[in-house]
Design a protein. Sequence first.
Length: 245
Amino acid sequence: MNILRKLILFGWMAIACTAFGKDRNADKVERPNTKKVNFGIKAGFNSSMFMVSELKIKDVTIDEVQNNYKIGYFGALFMRINMKKHFIQPEVSYNVSKGEIVFDKLGSQHPAVEPDYASVQSVLHSIDFPVLYGYNVVKKGPYGMSIFAGPKLRYLWGKRNEITFTNFDQKGIHEKLYPLNVSAVIGVGVNISRIFFDFRYEQGIRNISKSIVYDNINSDGSTGVSHIIFRRRDSALSFSFGFIL
């Protein structure tokens, strides 16, 4: 995804140059928060984690997992429909989210034994469609501050996802994710003229893991398919920087 990173960098440079040129004539420019409809572009970074409600490998139940945060990135387009101090903001974004969980695959059944750690690393590509309701706490001149919340429909792009199982005893492990998921979004945004920043927290509503299977080699040498139970919801903190037209 080097191309997406380059597009994000180019977009930020274009935004900065455009904003500098417009701010020099700020008094002559129509304030974006006076329009009925605005369009915008933004890019930023996210930090994801997984809330694991159940993880069971064969007869071992894993009660504790450690989340290792990793930085992902995204780019988005949005439309803002203004209604005095209120607004509705539908968006479409392309996201690359990264996360890792680490756990003792022996579970809590063998406290006297040296831990044997395994991990699941995920790089998830998705196309997201949030629809946010917002309220402008501050809306005066070129300055604004808003709070917002709403649902987000998320399509996980299965062919692009990379899920790596490290130090598992099982072979041929493959996880299948539900392609459509729903999250709840809440956040705050600040704008100065046409430049804005927003911070948001997203929480998945349901389990995203549909199934995990692996090759099971029987005592007679034949093979079958066995399952790992792995129920997880994703959540993320994100920061973005953008430009309102």
